[in-house]
Design a protein around this ligand. Sequence first.
Ligand code: MOS
Length: 679
Amino acid sequence: MTTTTKAVGAPLARIEGPEKVSGRARYAAEYPVDGVAHGWIVPSPVPRGRLTAVVADPTGDTMAVLWHGNAPSLAAVDDPELAVLQSDRISYRGQPIALVVADTLEAARRAAQVLHLEIEAEEHETVLRADHPGVYEPETVNPGYPAATVHGDVETALATADVTVDVTYSTPALHNNPMEPHATIARWDGDDLTLYDSNQHPSGVAATVGEIFGVDRVHVITEHVGGGFGSKGTARPNAVLAALAARVTGRPVKVVLPRQAMFSMVGHRTPTLQRVRLAAGRDGTLSGIDHQAYSQTSRLYEFAEQTAVVTRHMYAAPHRRTGHHLLRLDMPTPRWMRAPGEAPGMLALECAIDELAEKLGMDPIELRIRNEPSAEPESGVAFTSRHYVECLRRGAERFGWSGRDPRPARRREGDWWIGTGVAGATYPTMAQPSTARVRALPDGTFEVAIGATDLGTGARTILVQIAADALDVAPERVRIRIGDSTLPRASVAGGSSGSASWGWAVTGACRSLRDTGRDEVTFDSTELVQRQETEGRHAYGAHFAEVRVDAVTGEVRVSRLFGMYAAGRILNARTARGQFLGGMIMGMGMALHEEGVLDPAMGEWVNHDLAGYHVPVHADVESIEAAWLDETDDRINPMGSKGIGEIGIVGSPAAIVNAVWHATGIRIRDLPVRLDKIL
Ligand code: MOS
């Protein structure tokens, strides 16, 4: 059976674009709900202790002040952070410890500000250190990999190598700041609960909240989402608090996180300390690789980021070791943030490779190509496709790499030192079971329904393109319905797996309808997805950066950033480019701007707003471009597509850090690269 490709790949504009730019698109907090009351979250002012009493101003204009002393009890679920207002324990500063509900937002906030909290504070610890006696090795890291791997004898390889590198890189806490903060409006009708909620997985949120409240019918509406980056992958405390308050007050309740709460309540990227050791021969052939990663978790929950896992997949070497080490702190639980694991892991690996190239006096692209594996380096299984070397070579041509003097601090124009850097990129190619339904309507159009979400990435649009081709009709004849938990069950918009997972189900439903002539088909992809063979499935890329560094002030500017990708079939050239560039710009933020600055005495990130927590702005982005190889991989899914949502942030920070070295001769191993570290 063949499908003629017409719509897939075309640079279609987002179909909901006009709704968004005209302000008609509704985000969770914007739904007009009759009689809605407002909840204001009271965050804990201490990082550790017990809340013993909450006393409200009796003249306050509130409907309820909820805390563990009066909140109804909730069923426990896997995520202890959703047991809000259930215990006197305070596990981190910023933890929701009370909720004030009032007729207006202003009244709720005012009452919250004058609440009297009785707290027994306790000693706390908030600083990640590799030599802390509490550091331990978890059994597994996300989402279930072994925490440690050993192949051969890396110590002997290091002891006998011609050239070695032994470096430690550190990355700070990074904070998810989608434009739309987390928000929920909850309304009960008897035992039926409706949530207008901003999330990446409506059916997952519905199931979790239903379990917490012991009800079956939870309807989650998530029509538009203003970004998530992983922080909206599961139900967050705002959804539970809104439902709880609505239950208690008998009114619909809206809970919107203020920007400041985004820094404590939705999960940040853990800080990391990473030691990478490389052993190589004079010709650059790696004999040993060791990558040990230290990161933090909380008292509530073990979140073990898979920082060193990426090193298991990148380069050939007979002797190798990876490991993960965790420390529990009185801090919020780290969570997912775009390419959790790969983004910080590739920073350390790809900067260490650059340091090896320097020691060998070798071109860093040639060094990478020298160590290209023919199969998965640890397991030996075949890759479905791997065009990493082509990304490096073709990217180098496009960027203009040839003729580069490998020595640092050689190019100066006026006060500016100029340098270039390169780093690899990779991200696993995943798919999860989903179900889609298609109906042929009397007017000649087709309605495709799947409980997916569009985080602003263009998911709606590519699903229309996929459906159109599978039905053999023009995309104008396809209507798409997503963003609702009552639609056929879809997997999370995460792990760069949305389009592959949902597209697989949509393709199955649409082809079946086309081939059988029926007027309605529901297709569940579970069997097909689970039947996949064990093969290495990854997308690849290469990032190139040109920076200039002011010799007087140390200011770093990224004058050019370029990504060349091999990520399977590109489903929509316009939205894919946006995904790649967005990831690269976030990579620029990781390299140069973003840092949660911790005050250990208060157990708090002091820069908890967008005034103090810097992200790249338009003026920071000069020339940025993404391109891709014409790769199709028919071993992965019917579209031949790999995920593209995260790969742009993998390796792009290393390319910038390596370029800063090339410009100045200074290795900054502690991110972000700031001018005070250069001077
Ligand atoms: Mo992404 S961190 O998998 O939503």
